[in-house]
Design a protein around this ligand. Sequence first.
Ligand SMILES: NC(=O)C1=CN([C@@H]2O[C@H](COP(=O)(O)OP(=O)(O)OC[C@H]3O[C@@H](n4cnc5c(N)ncnc54)[C@H](OP(=O)(O)O)[C@@H]3O)[C@@H](O)[C@H]2O)C=CC1
Ligand SMILES: O=C([O-])CC(=O)C(=O)O
Length: 431
Amino acid sequence: MAMDLSSPYSPARSPATLAGRRGSLHLLLLRPRLATVRCSVDAPKQVQGRPAAVAAEEAPAARKECYGVFCTTYDLKADEKTKSWKSLVNVAVSGAAGMISNHLLFKLASGEVFGPDQPIALKLLGSERSLQALEGVAMELEDSLYPLLREVSIGIDPYVVFEDAEWALLIGAKPRGPGMERSALLDINGQIFAEQGKALDAVASRNVKVIVIGNPCNTNALICLKNAPNLPAKNFHALTRLDENRAKCQLALKAGVFYDKVSNVTIWGNHSTTQVPDFLNSKINGRPVKEVIKDTKWLEEEFTKTVQKRGGVLIEKWGRSSAASTAVSIVDAIRSLVNPTPEGDWFSTGVYTTGNPYGIAEDIVFSMPCRSKGDGDYELVKDVAIDDFLWERIKKSEAELLAEKRCVAHLTGEGNAFCDLPGDTMLPGEV
Ligand SMILES: NC(=O)C1=CN([C@@H]2O[C@H](COP(=O)(O)OP(=O)(O)OC[C@H]3O[C@@H](n4cnc5c(N)ncnc54)[C@H](OP(=O)(O)O)[C@@H]3O)[C@@H](O)[C@H]2O)C=CC1
Ligand SMILES: O=C([O-])CC(=O)C(=O)O
C-alpha cells in the first residue's frame, strides 16, 4: 500500500475506504505500515487478547518487522506468574516521540498508572518526521525490560494505531511559534484532532477514554469529540490536571503545609491564562482555604495569576515547556479515573459541558470538578459554591472557549469559522 508523503499525517479516509479496511484482509494489508515490537517473557502461543486465528495470520508479517529478542508472541495465561493478571489494555499515545511522551511512556510501562497486575500494549503514533525517533523510543522501552509491557507498536496512520485503543492520550500538536496567530494554531492543530477524532470513531474501542493534551487542549478535545459522533462525548477530556497540581503547590507553599494537606482544588475553564483556580472551595487540612490563608489579596491576585502563568514562567527559565510535570499530571488524570476518588474530594478535568449543573454554556469542553468510582467514568460534583468573584472569572474563560469554538466551526461541522478571539488569549506557556 502506498504511503501518502504530502503530509506528516495520513489523510482522513472516506468511510468507503475504511469499510474496505475492515475486511478480513485488512490486518495483512496494513501491517507494512506498522512496525511492531512484541515484548515477551515466555515462549508464546497466542497474542493476548486476540483470536488465535488472527494471531496466526499476523505472525509472519509481525516477525519480519519486530526487534531482536522480542520478536515473539505469547500467552499470558500459560505463564504461572502472569495468570492472575488482567487482560491487556491498549493505550494509544500520539506525539509519542515528543518531550512529554518521553516521560509518560515509561510511567505507563512500569505499572504505576494502571496497576501492577495490568499488562499493557502501547500503540505509538508519530509522523514521517518522527518515525525514526519513534523506533528509538521503542528500543528504549525494550531495554527497560518492563514485565507488564507486552506490546509496542509504532505507526503514522491513526486508523491503524488507534485500532482497539481503550485509552488515547493525544499529545502531538504543533507548538505555537513566534508571531503565530492563535487562530492559525487553532486551525493547524484542529485539523490534527479532527482527523484523529475520525480515526478513533472508526477503529477505537467503543468505550475509549480520550485525554487531549496537545494545545489548545480544550478546543482540540471539542473538535475531536465532534468528529467522533459514535463515541460517547463524555469520554473526552482536556488535560487541566497540571493546572490543578500547580494550584495545590502554591496553596501548600503559602500555608506552610505539605501538598497532601491540600484538597478539593478545582480548575474551572480553559487551559489558558483565563483558567480559574478555585480557592473558594479548596481545603487545607479539611478546612476552607480562606480560613487558613487570610490574605485575600494574595488569593485573588497573586495565587490566581501565578497558576495561570506558571507554564510561561517555566518556559522562560527552562527554555522549553513543562514536560515531566505534564507527564505526571497525565498519570494523575488517568489514576483519578481508574481509582475511586477519596471520600469528599474531587479532581479537575476538562469535559463536555452539555447537561452541566452550573449554568456553564453547553457544547464546549470546560474544566470542572469531577469524581469517579474508579471504573474509568466520572460524574460532575454538584455541591460546589460559586460566588460573584468566581462566577465573573468563569464567564471570562467560558467566553474565550466560545470564541475558540467559533474559530473552528469548519472543523466541528458547524458551518463557517469566524475568529474574534479576545486579545489577551494565551496558552499557559505563553508570556
Ligand atoms: N494540557 C497541558 O497541560 C499541557 C499541554 N502541553 C502541550 O502538549 C503538546 C506536546 O508538548 P511536548 O511533548 O512538550 O512537545 P514536543 O514538541 O516535544 O512534541 C510534540 C509532538 O507533536 C507532534 N507534532 C504534531 N504536529 C506537529 C507540527 N505541525 N509541528 C511539529 N510537531 C508536531 C510531533 O510529533 P510527530 O512528528 O510525531 O507528529 C512532536 O513530537 C504541545 O501542544 C503543548 O503545548 C504542554 C504542557 C502542558
Ligand atoms: O503552553 C504550553 O505549551 C505549555 C502548557 O500548556 C503549560 O505549561 O501549561
